[in-house]
Write a protein that binds this ligand. Structure first.
Ligand SMILES: NC(=O)c1ccc[n+]([C@@H]2O[C@H](COP(=O)([O-])OP(=O)(O)OC[C@H]3O[C@@H](n4cnc5c(N)ncnc54)[C@H](O)[C@@H]3O)[C@@H](O)[C@H]2O)c1
Length: 349
């Protein structure tokens, strides 16, 4: 396993050591017209959907699926019925993803899920070399019988450096010949009372949680436009962007997550015509290194946080696997500008 370090030289050498799965010209050719790969055929969209009739707009670019497939089968004896939900709508075969904050925690769990669904996933995080959990997950993925190219890669990056993030994601996209999925999950939490919140700490939280998310989304979005891939960008916000955590001093964190939710809506509105979808995913309390730091310091918080949602417990990282795959895939092609709350119902009362 090779890690990309922060210097562009090392990044370049990493990218050169891994030959592209397809040449750029081949990939561009395959996305310009309808492709033989059913998992990729959905990537061809009309740029004039406004001018189409309602019937045309209602035809899935994936071909007949669900009830439409049933009607086709009823009228065409040569049409072979077969399930499409996992083969087509939710499949990420052939797709390329970048996930930040993916050395551990929610980022790594989501990256693993995207790879299981078929994507080549580039996990970007601060450490120059990933830890044992990442290595074990990468090895595990390599042993699954996944579609061609599905895997986890690792690269080191500080998401607060706009140019470095743009350059790295550009190199990944050039190497793979496409960019389909972006999950901006890198984030930090700091606790200070609001009237005393030091400027340096406030700026740090905003720099990672807001600026870093923007730079990541920009980096991927620019490549999606360049390669003409109708991509999906998912910004990891939090329920703390919509509610205030009872009894907690999360001023900067809460402020940053509200900004991410509004960033997602704004980007969705600007990028819709380019066929790029942008949504935010807002988890509730989930046990990771981020929350463990607080729970270890104040063990009574486990009972408090668990009792603050109708399910009476914290969430698990694996409980984001389905929703991230759905958001990244063609199963969610009419979803953009939305904030998807996965909070155990914390926000419901
Ligand atoms: N765990 C929860 O309860 C919870 C709830 C809601 C939202 N979230 C959000 O989910 C995301 C992931 O959180 P987590 O719980 O997995 O936390 P985590 O601390 O386990 O993981 C965060 C990752 O972000 C990386 N990171 C931090 N600063 C970075 C930088 N400048 N550049 C690159 N990477 C950087 C860290 O190295 C780490 O690997 C965060 O955005 C967090 O705010 C978490």
């Amino acid at each position: 396993m090779l890690a990309l370090r922060t210097t562009s030289t090392l990044r370049t050498s990493f990218l050169h050591q891994h030959a592209p799965r397809q040449s750029l010209s081949k990939v561009l050719a395959s996305t310009a017209v309808s492709t033989a790969n059913p998992a990729l055929s959905c990537r061809v969209f009309s740029s004039s959907s406004y001018a189409q009739s309602p019937k045309d707009q209602s035809a899935s670019p994936l071909g007949p699926i669900g009830v439409q497939a049933a009607l086709r089968a009823a009228s065409d004896p040569t049409f072979i019925p077969r399930p499409t939900l996992f083969e087509k709508e939710l499949s990420l075969a052939g797709r390329v993803a970048v996930v930040t904050g993916a050395q551990r925690g929610l980022g790594l769990e989501m990256a693993e899920a995207l790879a299981e669904a078929g994507a080549a996933v580039y996990c970007l995080d601060l450490p120059s070399v990933p830890d044992e959990t990442f290595n074990a997950t990468q090895t595990y993925v390599s042993k699954l019988d996944l579609s061609d190219g599905a895997r986890l890669e690792y690269a080191s990056i500080d998401v607060t450096n706009q140019q470095e993030v743009w350059d790295l994601v550009e190199k990944i996209a050039n190497k793979e010949g496409r960019m389909d999925i972006c999950v901006a999950a890198a984030g930090v939490l700091q606790v200070e009372e609001c009237l005393d919140y030091p400027s340096s700490k406030f700026k740090k939280v905003m720099d990672v949680n807001v600026n870093g998310v923007l730079y990541t989304a920009q980096a991927a979005g620019r490549q999606m436009v360049k390669f003409g891939t109708p991509g999906s960008i998912v910004l990891i916000a939090s329920m703390s962007g919509s509610i205030t955590n009872f009894g907690q001093h999360f001023l900067a964190y809460n402020t940053s997550k509200s900004a991410v939710i509004q960033m997602g809506r704004s980007m969705a509105c600007e990028l819709g015509q380019k066929k790029i979808r942008v949504n935010t995913l807002s988890p509730g309390y989930i046990y990771t290194t981020l929350t463990a730091a607080l729970l270890e310091k104040e063990p009574h918080l486990l009972k408090e946080w668990s009792s603050q949602n109708p399910l009476g417990r914290l969430g698990r990282p694996d409980e984001l696997r389905g929703v991230i795959t759905w958001l990244a895939s063609d199963a969610s092609t009419f979803c953009t500008g939305s904030d998807i709350l996965v909070s155990g119902g914390h926000h419901a009362w």
